[in-house]
Design a protein around this ligand. Structure first.
Ligand code: FES
Ligand code: FE
Length: 434
């Protein structure tokens, strides 16, 4: 029996501690708290589902989830994107079984009801013999749609709540920063291959919080990757970076020392596509690296050495930490690249991604080893009295006054400012009654 009380108590305890830059270790292992998160966070926030390039043509679909709810994200015959609950209106059977595909209609395998790819119920076997006139109202029996779905620059999100901020309002200042990745070319980003997915015994917040603002871990966790020659340079490449806390999310910038000539993919033609504020950031030598959009969408632009002695090859990944249980996530990881990039670069970039952040990637494996161990430690009795430290920079690192972009910026990526904000937002959702 789940004790919701203990979930509420843990929320209250987390709030009291977070004011002092701490968190109870139990937030990573408590089943009752997890249930509250499922209802109050994943039941309300905008959740990333897919990229529009995964379903380019009418009829293309991919299967996606918000915790236990399965959705067919499909492009209908009119070219619109639909997010349809994958459950037949007759007995609730899943009408589509594949992870992705192409369909004009979805035919339920149980009794054969047929739905069009915009969700409308089209056909019912033996309809005229078995249902009396007006008995079944087909126009009312279409597949349910997610209460809300919206796209932003090719990224498809849905919300299980029919009210709340629009996607643009929700993203707030974070939209400005996501544009660094989505606006690099006229053609836009394209997903390469299918998302890789795998199950990890870790709490979902560990991935989200690591990506939003844990520049600190790279110098230890990823040191071995530098040693074997996959990660170029030194492992503390983020210490001199910039960390930004921006409404629904946050991110870290890597600062390239002046005179290196490195543009990290933002050459003059790319630069010209951006607004003055974006350009000013790039011209100061700051390049967007890692980040998270609350609650569970993270992203990373980085580079790895694929051929020994060769130049680092850039890659970009989107990933979600999809909660399965309090101690388990399914990681979904997409690799994206500018649609107009040469084929050879697309291939090399995919290799670079697989080597680093695919399911077997060196950096991915190092990260998830930490998160599974933390989740395991948080299960026991000792963890009930343990408070974890999130104080870094809280009194010592002032806000930058000359940062050209929106949000709060800090002149080091080794600070826990964005992680503290992430947990403040997490608390706001948990404390708002449904
Ligand atoms: Fe789908 Fe009966 S459950 S047709
Ligand atoms: Fe890492």
């Amino acid at each position: 029996i789940m004790d919701t009380n203990s979930g509420e108590q843990l929320v209250a305890q987390a709030q009291a501690l977070l004011a002092h830059g701490r968190l109870p270790a139990k937030v990573f292992s408590d089943p009752a708290l997890h249930q509250l998160e499922v209802e109050r966070i994943f039941g309300r926030a905008w959740i990333f589902l897919a990229h529009e390039t995964e379903i380019p043509a009418p009829g293309d679909y991919v299967m996606r989830h918000i915790v236990d709810d399965e959705f067919i994200v499909v492009r209908d015959d009119e070219g619109g994107v639909r997010v349809l609950f994958n459950s037949c209106r007759h007995r609730g059977m899943r009408v589509a079984q594949a992870g992705c595909g192409h369909a004009k209609t979805f035919r339920c395998p149980y009794h054969g009801w047929v739905y069009r790819n915009d969700g409308r119920l089209q056909g019912v076997p033996y309809e005229n013999r078995i249902y009396g006139p007006g008995e079944i109202k087909k126009e009312e029996m279409g597949l349910l749609a997610a209460p809300r779905s919206e796209s932003w620059n090719g990224m498809i999100f849905a919300s299980l709540s029919s009210d709340g901020p629009t996607l643009t309002e929700f993203l707030g200042n974070m939209a400005f920063y996501l544009e660094f990745y989505t606006r690099k070319s006229e053609a836009g980003l394209q997903v390469v291959g299918e998302p890789q997915r795998w199950v990890v015994r870790a709490n979902w917040k560990l991935g989200a919080s690591n990506f939003i603002g844990d520049g600190y871990h790279t110098s230890t966790t990823h040191f071995s990757t530098v040693k074997v020659g996959v990660l170029p340079g030194s492992a503390d490449f983020l210490i001199d970076g910039v960390q930004v806390d921006a409404d629904s999310g946050g991110l870290g910038f890597r600062r390239m020392p002046p005179g290196t000539g490195s543009t990290r993919g933002y050459g003059p033609e790319v630069m010209a596509r951006f607004e003055p504020a974006h350009r000013a950031i790039l011209e100061s030598g700051c390049f967007p690296s890692h980040g998270t959009v609350f609650p569970n969408l993270s992203f990373l632009a980085a580079a790895a050495i694929v051929d020994q002695g060769g130049a680092p090859v850039p890659y970009f990944t989107l990933r979600i930490w999809q909660p399965v249980a309090h101690d388990t996530i399914e990681i979904w990881s997409w690799m994206l690249i500018d649609k107009s990039a040469p084929e050879a670069l697309k291939r090399a970039s995919y290799t670079s991604y697989v080597l680093s952040f695919g399911s077997s990637g060196l950096l991915e494996q190092d990260d998830t080893e930490n998160w599974t161990s933390i989740t395991r430690s948080a299960r026991g009795r000792m963890a009930g009295t343990q408070e974890l430290s999130y104080v870094m920079g809280s009194t010592s690192l002032p806000l930058m006054t000359d940062w050209p972009g929106p949000g709060k910026a800090y002149s080091m990526d080794y600070t826990e400012a964005a992680e503290r904000s992430f947990y403040q937002l997490w608390l706001r959702y948990l404390q708002e009654a449904t």
